[in-house]
Ligand binder design. Structure first.
Ligand SMILES: [Fe+2]
Length: 414
């Protein structure tokens, strides 16, 4: 046999045995949580990926064994860079580990990943990151990769992203590079982002503050994908879109204007969560903080959203945008709590506001010490992320720098 034919024969044997693929593996693999709950089951999980090989049907094969066998056919759509496949996994049992792979025999398979479903009882872990934008010093998300590697050590069950995922949402390559860089964590725990000003159209006109198609094509989020909610454990998570608030303010186009559809939606969501006996905690996350310093403080955003939050029992309100860490004093019915140096906080004192703004985007300032509501902010400029361990009666919140030094920690109790 000629040497070339011999090598082809050897390769075909390995392919047939499933040891190697002739094609590049599926890429941009990430999980997201669906909003529709089946009573008694864990929240549905959607697997989304891209494939360079458009060869027809692709699947997710999943199950509770390390070599899964249950197959779900994927829906095929596209984005400006190629094909997108997604499949929703329903009827998942709580407190279990599931294994899966995605792709097809013809197009190639991913490796086998695993994820945990929401717990039957006990705690779960949520990562909080923001502003991973690929700007100065974070070209190709090099800094974000370091921060996410540290985050991954905490084995989060899901990640909340505060927005400014990319530096310029019009660039398809940035969305691709983010999902490639973060695949190891996103393929094993859902990524639930809200959008920041850098992610959306900044050009004034009909499409001002509108997300780009690549976002809708690549991220499979619940609802309309910019304002959405989901339940995980006994927590109602509500993500809201603050647009490009800074530029929208002089145009009178700041989001969540009283009387707007999104205002009514959020009012209804918060009321429903408050009245749900199965919900212990309400966590809202957004890009623009309601209270910040200098150019990042957009009065119109606070004016719109704060009265609505004050009218409801929101436990935690998380934001990004400013590349700092700030923990603010709790606010109850519009009244700011007294300064308190304790690390044990009671949810009965009101909503706790946190700005946790950089998992890669260039940090340029320390936090706003001069803001009257700031309870704690470190003196130095740094990258940071937070880890929340959420139980029925407590949220243990820890903030770390990129070297995993603890920057702040507190426990919020019911
Ligand atoms: Fe921002």
């Amino acid at each position: 046999m000629h040497i070339r034919n011999y090598l082809r024969f050897v390769l075909s044997v390995f392919v047939a045995a499933g040891h190697v693929s002739l094609y590049p593996q599926p890429s941009l693999i990430h999980l997201s949580i669906g909003s529709d709950l089946t009573k008694g089951k864990s929240a549905p999980i959607t697997v989304t990926w891209s494939s360079e090989n458009i060869t027809g049907m692709q699947n997710v094969v999943f199950g509770q064994k390390p070599h899964p066998s249950k197959s779900v056919k994927a829906r095929e759509t596209g984005y400006s860079g190629g094909a997108v496949y997604s499949a929703e996994l329903n009827g998942l049992r709580r407190g279990r580990t599931y294994f899966y792979k995605c792709g097809s025999d013809a197009a190639g398979w991913s490796r086998i990943y695993s994820f945990s479903t929401e717990p039957l009882k006990g705690s779960f872990t949520v990562a909080v990151i923001g502003d991973t934008q690929d700007n100065t010093n974070n070209e190709n998300f090099v800094k974000s990769a370091g921060v996410l590697s540290a985050v991954r050590q905490h084995k989060p069950d899901l990640t909340l992203h505060m927005g400014d995922i990319v530096n310029d949402g019009s660039m398809t390559s940035s969305w691709e590079n983010y999902l490639k860089m973060s695949q190891d964590i996103n393929a094993e725990s859902p990524l639930m982002p809200v959008l920041g000003n850098h992610d959306v159209n900044n050009v004034k006109g009909d499409n001002f503050q509108m997300p780009f198609d690549d976002f809708h094509d690549l991220f499979n989020l619940p609802g309309d994908e910019v304002n959405y909610s989901f339940t995980y454990g006994k927590v109602r998570f509500i993500g809201i879109f603050s647009g490009y608030a800074q530029a929208a303010e002089p145009l009178g186009e700041v989001k969540f204007k009283p009387g707007s559809p999104e205002y009514a939606w959020l009012d209804t969501e918060l009321t429903r969560a408050e009245n749900d006996r199965g919900i212990d905690w309400i966590i809202v996350w957004m890009h623009y903080p309601v209270n910040s310093f200098g150019w990042s403080n957009v009065k119109g955003w606070g004016d719109n959203i704060l009265p609505l939050l004050n009218n409801h029992s929101v436990d935690l309100c998380l934001a990004g945008h400013r590349h700092v860490y700030e923990r603010h004093l709790q606010v109850k019915n519009g009244k700011v709590a007294e300064k308190d140096t304790t690390k044990s906080l009671s949810a009965s004192e009101g909503t706790l506001f946190i700005t946790n703004g950089t998992a890669g985007g260039n940090p340029t300032n320390p936090g706003g010490k001069e803001i009257s509501t700031v309870a704690y902010t470190p003196d130095r400029i740094m990258y940071s992320y937070a880890i929340m361990v959420i139980d029925r009666g407590s949220i243990a919140f820890k903030v770390f720098d990129e070297d995993n030094n603890t920057i702040d920690h507190f426990v919020l109790t019911k």
